[in-house]
Unconditional design. Structure first.
Lengths: 614, 347
């Protein structure tokens, strides 16, 4: 008969209790930090069947398998799934094994002892168990060995990733301090130690191909040493205890936090405060994997890789000096690539925006001109039913080739349109939003809304993706369809309201961040170009398109830093020797024009150039 | 060591290649010829004079460009000039340079003077000013051409005329952070001239600063305001559009009054600044000479080394190293001739 308790389980039990308590208190705190409305939404979501099933699906798909990593970097996907899912299965199968075969099963113990033993028994089962000659026991032993092997294979990749990031498809990985190194090493050693401990007494407790045949028979030469085995069990438990104790203070906090984040996200919550509620769940869910480093345009300038999302989140989490957080908040171009690659979809941009709202920027705003603004009344008389209102925005007014092309396209299509801001624009409000000045932005938004509604049009066409975003997100234009001109022109071509000539001119298309990543308008511009010429590929496009460097979202980036990003983006775009660069944003256009060796045009320009007069 | 130039008897056989037949090239050739060398001017166009040949009158004295050009030409009538020629290769041998021209002719020279000058900034790069989009937006060069020929349909009894200073100069957004030096005075000169032609017109100059640094420039500024009623507005034009009648609508800011302004114009003149001549790129490649941060040819320092480059025997004169006025260019061409003289006598 083996014992049912040994002091070596104490470090594990203590640390596990601590982690559980820490996580529960943390969750309760976050729930209480949520705005009242959000809290109600969250609690309701937990009992809504549809969301409940989505939660289950996402917990498996996102936090155990990390489907998103598999899609981009299969090797890293395997690494994560091997460790996370393997560990999960060891816990689950371990519990079933305990239930089925535990030596305590038939004993009459006090309730608390039973509870405590339930905590450690599955983890250290092989120490307490004696090999049973049943089929059940063999199946369990095989499964446990199999998942142990899976985990160890994942750890091997993790070691390679750390030492040679390029081997797993990464240029740069996040850099860590001593504490993180210690936690990582304790994690890496948990399962090799478990293997050794189990293997060392596999002659007594049984095992399968890994622990018994490879471990006990080959590694230990079929020899059993009670002292060595006991030391190994202590080492395994202590190692687990080190990992568990440090977990809440390390990046491995993402393990419990991301499960919680998935619940909050599926409840439809978003960041409203930079250091409270949802944002905290996101911050603790960041595993510091560093996938965002390579894709961030700021990493183009080597020293600036520390401005990337992973370091920003780490700064906030550590409660770093205000200055560091402020710097990273303000320099960001908000192109959104980091969210796109983030295995958890952590929206650090929303945290940054919330942070900006908290900062006081000394900007004097003078909105006197709003009262003087009038619409072009000449066209008010036309039939309103099928009317389109065109809002060019201030950036398009600085690129008159776009507005000219658009007016010509409207005329060719025989459109019943009104050029709302022909005589001068009111800002859409996005620049104000980006400096956190929501109130000021509201004044602009209201005035524009009033003018657009007054026009009576049912459709609004915009030339600037920056405007497009704020119109879509912040304006209340019920009953009015909001279109970017790429969508509008594509519709004109598809409905054969305009006719274009096709040549074999080679174009490359640059996806503006706010049109592409934010709203997924990828196909319309490509479809238009397909009708006009040959679309060549750049190095990366669509959701991985590089920011042009001109983004108005960065408040502090220097010209030199922006220039590097622009030059790099041009290099990517001209990879396959296009004759012209086509984009759909007046700001991208102006930014590229400074360095591009070939012509840069807006999509409206190339349409207008190739239009066939009827 | 005082150089002893006993070897002047060999000078006649000493060839100096002068790249570019503008004012700098012509003046350098003239001086070198007088010093006894054999300068050879290679010019890609079919006539001498560079940009000078396109101007009408010169600031601040309003003397004709043609008069100056004739004098410069007169000085070099004995100099060998190869027009319509491009340099296809320059090869440096020990002390000489072997030059090949586009017509396959080749010869050896002992020194090279680069006088490739400047190109005017391409105003289409500043789309917001509408050049190439709106008919009535023209450049300083086109206005000068108009003064010469009086043949430009776009200039038709304009009632309101605007001049935009610093187009492509002191503008980080087009990567040109330097001042082009000549545009302030040119703008005021042209403003006075157009006012002379259309006395009823209102003429506005939109400037950042007026850099009236040269002899007689400040007087030109005072004269423009007092005698010609030119209105100088401190502030940049930010946006140009066209209204339904085809007139230009500009938006600007009067930074002295701190107010935004909107104005309708019949004609807008863009004062395009200078950029290094594109032709210089090939020459620099052949001679292994780099560009400075402004994109012009790098010379050896701002003071005594201004006529030299890091390559021995290769000299520079005129606007190829930085924007320059005509008096500066001519003075520099003369000093470069002296440097060539010292170099050849010591060799």
């Amino acid at each position: 008969m083996r014992p049912t308790f040994d002091p070596f389980v104490i470090p594990f039990v203590a640390s596990m209790t601590f982690v559980l308590a820490y996580c529960i208190i943390g969750m309760i705190r976050i729930v209480f930090q949520l705005p009242k409305e959000d809290r109600r939404k969250f609690l309701r979501s937990l009992i809504t069947p549809k969301i409940f099933w989505k939660n289950i699906k996402d917990l498996f798909g996102d936090s155990l398998f990390h489907v998103k990593i598999w899609k981009r970097k299969p090797l890293l996907g395997y690494m994560h799934s091997a460790i996370a899912f393997g560990w999960f299965m060891i816990i689950v199968v371990g519990h079933f094994e305990t239930v089925a075969l535990s030596p305590l099963k038939d004993m009459h113990l006090p309730l608390w002892e039973k509870l405590m033993s339930n905590l450690y028994m599955p983890i250290f089962f092989r120490y307490f168990a004696v090999e049973a000659p049943t089929l059940n026991a063999h199946i369990f032993a095989f499964l446990m060995d199999f998942f142990l092997l899976v985990i160890i294979s994942g750890i091997v990749i993790a070691v390679v990733k750390k030492k040679r990031p390029r081997k797993v498809g990464l240029k740069r990985v996040t850099k860590f301090g001593l504490k993180e190194d210690l936690v990582r090493i304790s994690l890496w050693t948990i399962f090799p130690l478990r293997f050794l401990a189990e293997a060392s007494m596999a002659n007594i407790s049984g095992g399968s191909f890994l622990t018994k045949f490879i471990g006990f028979d080959l590694l230990f030469g079929g020899h059993y040493s009670e002292t060595l085995s006991y030391i190994l069990w202590w080492a395994y438990s202590t190692d687990l205890a080190i990992f568990m104790t440090l977990l809440p203070f390390s990046r491995y906090m993402h393990i419990p936090a991301e499960a919680f984040l998935i619940l909050l996200r599926n409840a439809g919550l978003k960041t409203t405060e930079p250091r409270k509620g949802y944002a905290v769940a996101e911050i603790y869910s960041c595993p510091s994997c560093g996938l965002c480093i390579d894709v961030c345009p700021m990493s183009e300038v080597k020293e600036n890789y520390r401005n990337t999302a992973v370091y920003f989140i780490r700064n906030i989490r550590k409660g770093k000096r205000r200055r560091d957080v402020k710097h990273k908040t303000e320099i960001c171009l908000m192109c959104g690539k980091c969210i796109e690659v983030c295995p958890l979809g952590i929206d650090s941009l929303k945290i940054k925006m919330a942070q900006r709202e908290k900062t006081y920027y000394k900007i004097k705003s003078d909105f006197e001109y709003l009262s003087q603004q009038t619409t072009d009344n000449r066209q008010q008389t036309v039939n309103k039913a099928d009317k389109v209102v065109y809002f060019a925005g201030c950036m398009s007014h600085l690129t008159p080739k776009i507005t000219r092309a658009m007016t010509k396209i409207f005329e060719y299509a025989n459109e019943n349109y009104e050029f709302l801001d022909k005589e001068g624009s009111i800002c859409c409000g996005r620049p104000m939003m980006l400096t956190g000045k929501k109130e000021e932005a509201k004044a602009l938004i209201e005035k524009n809304t009033e003018m657009i509604k007054k026009s009576g049009a049912k459709r609004l066409v915009l030339s600037c993706p920056i405007c497009y975003r704020v119109f879509k997100e912040e304006y209340n234009l019920e009953g009015i369809e909001i279109l970017h001109h790429t969508q509008y022109i594509n519709e004109l071509i598809e409905k054969e309201r305009i006719d274009v000539d096709r040549s074999d001119k080679r174009y490359v298309y640059h996806d503006p961040c706010e049109l592409g990543r934010v709203f997924g308008v990828y196909d319309e511009p490509r479809n238009i170009i397909d009708n006009i010429g040959l679309l060549t590929q750049g190095k990366s496009d669509k959701d991985m398109a590089v920011c042009c460097g001109g983004s108005i979202a960065s408040l502090t980036m220097t010209k030199e830093e922006r220039d590097e990003i622009t030059k790099n983006a041009i290099k990517d775009l001209t990879l396959n020797h296009p004759e012209e660069i086509v984009t759909a944003c007046p700001l991208c256009l102006k930014t590229f024009a400074r360095f591009a060796p070939i012509k840069v045009k807006d999509i409206a320009e190339i349409v207008e150039e190739n239009i066939v007069e009827n | 060591m005082t150089p002893s130039y006993d070897n002047t008897y060999t000078m006649k056989e000493r060839n100096v290649l002068i790249i570019g037949g503008g004012p700098a090239g012509m003046e350098a050739a003239h001086q070198l010829k007088q010093l006894g060398f054999n300068p050879i001017i290679v010019e890609r166009n079919d006539k001498l004079g560079g940009h000078l040949a396109q101007w009408d009158r010169l600031f601040p004295t309003s003397e004709t460009a043609e008069g100056l050009l004739e004098r410069l030409k007169e000085n070099i009538k004995d100099v060998e000039v190869r027009l319509n020629s491009r340099i296809t290769n320059i090869e440096k041998n020990a002390e000489t340079f072997h030059v090949t021209l586009s017509n396959n002719k080749n010869f050896d020279v002992d020194a090279v003077v680069i006088c490739t000058g400047f190109d005017l900034f391409n105003a289409e790069k500043k789309q917001e000013y509408g050049y190439g989009i709106y008919d009535r937006v023209i450049t300083n060069a086109e206005l000068e051409e108009y003064f010469k020929t009086h043949n430009d349909k776009r200039i038709d009894e304009p009632q309101r005329i605007g001049f935009v200073h610093c187009v492509g100069s002191r503008d980080i957004k087009v990567n040109n952070t330097y001042c082009s030096k000549v545009c302030c005075a040119t703008a005021l000169k042209q403003a006075c001239e157009i006012k002379d032609e259309f006395p009823d017109a209102d003429v506005y100059c939109f400037y950042m600063d007026l850099r009236m640094f040269g002899k007689g420039y400040e007087d030109l500024y005072l004269k423009a305001q007092k005698d010609f009623d030119i209105k100088c507005v401190r502030g940049r034009v930010c946006e140009v559009s066209e209204n339904i009648e085809g007139k230009l609508v500009i938006k600007a800011e009067d930074t002295l009054l701190g107010t935004p302004m909107k104005m309708t114009l019949d004609l807008l003149v863009l004062m395009c600044g200078m950029e290094k001549s594109k032709g210089a790129d090939e020459i620099q490649k052949m001679l292994n000479i780099e560009s400075n941060k402004d994109g012009f040819i790098e010379n050896l320092g701002a003071f005594v080394g201004m006529n030299k480059t890091k390559e021995k025997g290769v000299f520079v004169a005129g606007a190829c190293t930085s924007p320059k006025t005509l008096p500066d260019t001519i003075a520099e061409a003369r000093s470069t001739a002296m440097e060539v003289y010292h170099y050849l006598c010591n060799n």
